[in-house]
Design a protein around this ligand. Structure first.
Ligand code: PXP
Length: 237
């Protein structure tokens, strides 16, 4: 069964708006797990506009399922990850000022850079995932870096899905087939929601995990976080 990792960045964004500790991010992570989340994802960005670097050790202390830290692997990020030792680190090629990650690595051009970082994190016992567009060549080159997993960027899928679900899913099916053949585990994320998740998850064989933040936290404003996690989990069974 595909695991649901809840991205809690948006909860940190609300907290930061007032500079105090409401909502309590760490308690929120604990509660998400109690309500059925299989993991917690955070994406600290250089300006710390949502999750802050000093949130990470506190999250690591409480998360019982899987902590996934995403981000661009500059030295500050890497040393933070090495101090925290999350279960998984997802490397994302997003430049510092970007609003949200919107494309995957070029694993051919960045092969040597990624290989060194993958080795470095794996040597600390951290599972590594590389954020990728659904592209068979990029999947093949990702394998050469030694990464454990890849995470497909699903933002383009989500936009296309509304018009033409077959065209939207086709590159993901092909890239996933290649990943399965060469032994790379598959995660996916970005703009997955209550409308598109079931179609995506049932189309991709070997989908280990989805990480979902923006839509899930928005849905929680209406349904509450406990119900919302259950609604998403039901789509993954
Ligand atoms: N995966 C990665 C690598 C991301 O950067 C993000 C956004 O932080 C997500 C998944 C989750 O995307 P969304 O918030 O649209 O669900």
């Amino acid at each position: 069964m595909t695991k649901l990792s809840v991205n809690i960045n948006k909860v940190a964004l609300i907290r930061n708006a007032r500079g105090e500790n409401l909502p309590d991010l760490v308690q929120f992570a604990v509660d998400c797990e109690e309500f059925g989340a299989d993991g917690i994802t955070v994406h600290p960005r250089p300006d710390e506009r949502h999750v802050r670097y000093n949130d990470l050790p506190k999250l690591k202390d409480v998360v019982q399922t899987e902590l996934n830290i995403e981000g661009y692997p500059n030295e500050r990020f890497l040393s933070l990850v090495e101090k925290t030792i999350p279960h998984q680190c997802t490397l994302v090629p997003d430049p510092p000022g970007v609003l949200t990650s919107n494309e995957g690595w070029n694993t051919k051009e960045n092969a040597a850079f990624l290989q060194e970082i993958v080795n470095r994190l794996q040597s600390k016992g951290i599972r590594v995932s590389l954020f990728l567009n659904p592209d068979v060549d990029m999947v093949n080159y990702a394998k050469d870096t030694g990464t454990d997993r890849i995470e497909f960027y699903t933002g383009t899928f989500a936009r296309q899905y509304i018009q033409d679900s077959t065209a939207a899913i086709t590159p993901h099916i092909e890239a996933a087939k290649k990943a399965n053949e060469i032994g790379l585990d598959i995660n996916a994320g970005h703009d997955l929601n209550l409308n598109n998740l079931k179609f995506y998850a049932s189309s991709i064989s070997g989908l280990a995990e989805v990480s979902i933040g923006h839509a899930l936290i928005s849905d929680a404003l209406y349904y509450g976080i406990k119900n919302t996690i259950q609604l998403y989990k039901r789509l993954l069974t």
